[in-house]
Design a protein around this ligand. Structure first.
Ligand code: PLP
Length: 443
């Protein structure tokens, strides 16, 4: 096991989304994980308030997943998925289809495997454009995202994404545009449940239709609940309105459920929570409990069937990854689904949501807090930024919490919490009390 004594040099690994020099000067290294806790290399226990990176929904160290992966790797480590197949991928797709977003009625049960959330997003955008072409709407190539949206880091994802730091250095794809974001603290701050104000912001899609012409737009992609950009909840009625406008103009609706998929909101998917059915759903994270990288796009039968045309010997969608449907990832996913099912984890968030909401809102009134937002087992606690130093206050709280033994996540000056769905009420209370101490200490 990794300990302080055998820690390798930190020079060579170029860390993702990390201030490398700052980190390497004062590293935080995790050595093992079990249940709700990490153990760092000094042997300190760290309560996981973030399910790793929103992905370890069934908690850490699940033997069943490890054993399934080991069994698969020793039976068949890899098999190509181009013009070849293996039963595990078909089995996983079938089992996922039985749990697909929106249930049987939504018919979102044609599943394309990817290796990550970013790949799921690029895949969904490409499927949407290919679908429009297949139905004779080849001029529809534009894809619309939303300000403050996060859709991963591929060129497709950053182009429809709305985070300035992901965009300012890199060129983005032509033929994209953005809806306005829905964050409106002036009208909605400290509201419990969905924000009451802002459904009309969905009409922004009408503005973009008027600007570009519906016949140029293939799809609109949104996170039903934006996670990485600060836990932004959709105003009541917003998603319904977006669906209606998209339908009116022949535009496909894509929900990016990389975070909300697999129980995070207390329902299996956000589609189930909001009762709004999109045409494509992107997932990753909870799909394999974070154990093996994998993503999946759920497409409607309408889309799949439209593409299954032309000569039978012709590849219908020129797209795929070497690791699409990787046997070990599928094995991990199958074991994960069994755990979710047996332990009722995909709906456990609903049982805890009230306790979670009250616990988080008990922080109201502490210094610097300007908003608290919760849904299912997600919370965003927004702090006022220090003058000229956006993010500094939250980062200080993050490092202080880690020292105390709590892992939180910060984005800008918003603290985001999303624990494994096995979390107990007392652990929620512990998180709040540790967080409260750190917030009080921060100037
Ligand atoms: N989409 C959403 C909504 C996400 O939250 C994320 C990651 O946080 C992604 C896409 C990208 O996923 P990945 O980091 O697996 O590429």
């Amino acid at each position: 096991m990794l300990t302080k004594a055998n820690t390798p040099s930190l020079e060579n690994y170029w860390m993702p989304f990390t201030a490398n020099r700052q980190f390497k000067a004062a590293p935080r290294l995790l050595a093992s994980a079990e249940g709700m806790y990490y153990t760092d290399i000094d042997g300190g226990k760290v309560l996981d308030g973030t399910a790793g990176l929103w992905c370890v929904n069934a908690g850490h160290g699940r033997r069943r997943i490890a054993e399934a992966v080991e069994r698969q790797l020793t039976t068949m480590d890899f098999a190509p998925s181009f013009q070849m197949g293996h039963p595990v991928a078909f089995d996983f797709a079938e089992k996922l289809a039985a749990k697909a977003p929106g249930g049987a009625e939504a018919k979102l049960d044609r599943i394309f495997f990817t290796g990550s959330g970013s790949e799921s997003v690029d895949t969904a955008l490409k499927i949407a454009i290919a679908y429009q072409r297949a139905i004779g709407q080849g001029t529809r190539t534009r894809v619309i995202g939303r300000e403050r949206g996060y859709h991963g880091v591929g060129f497709g994802g950053i182009s429809v994404g709305g985070l300035v730091n992901n965009r300012r250095v890199f060129p983005t794809l032509p033929g994209t545009d953005h809806l306005r974001h829905t964050h409106d603290p002036e009208r909605n701050s400290f509201a419990k449940g969905l924000p009451a104000h802002g459904a009309e912001l969905a009409d922004d899609l009408e503005r973009l239709v008027a600007l570009h012409g519906a016949e140029t737009i293939a799809a609109v992609i949104v996170e039903p609940v934006a996670g990485s950009t600060g836990v932004l909840l959709p105003p009541k009625g917003y998603l319904e309105r977006l669906r209606a406008i998209a339908d009116k103009h022949g535009i496909l609706l894509i929900f990016d459920e990389v975070i909300t998929g697999f129980g995070r909101l207390g329902t299996p998917f956000a589609v189930d929570y909001f009762g709004v059915v999109p045409d494509l759903v992107t997932t990753a994270k909870g799909l394999t409990n974070g154990a093996i990288p994998m993503g999946a796009v759920f497409a409607s039968r309408k889309i799949y069937d439209a593409l299954m045309q032309g000569p039978e010997g012709q590849i219908e969608l020129f797209h795929g990854y070497t690791y699409s449907g990787h046997p070990a990832a599928c094995a991990a996913g199958l074991a994960t689904l069994e755990i979710y099912e047996e332990e009722g984890l995909l709906t456990r968030g609903a049982e805890l949501a009230n306790h979670w909401q009250e616990a988080m809102h008990s922080l109201e009134g502490l210094p610097h807090i300007i908003d608290i937002r919760t849904i299912g087992l997600v919370a965003g606690i927004e702090l006022a930024s220090r003058e000229g130093a956006v993010g500094a206050r939250a980062y200080e709280i993050f490092t202080d919490c880690f020292k105390k033994g709590l892992l939180i996540r910060v984005t800008g000056d918003t603290i985001a919490l999303s624990p494994p769905l096995i979390v107990e009420r007392e652990q929620i209370d512990t998180m709040v009390s540790m967080l409260s101490d750190s917030i009080k200490k921060t100037g």
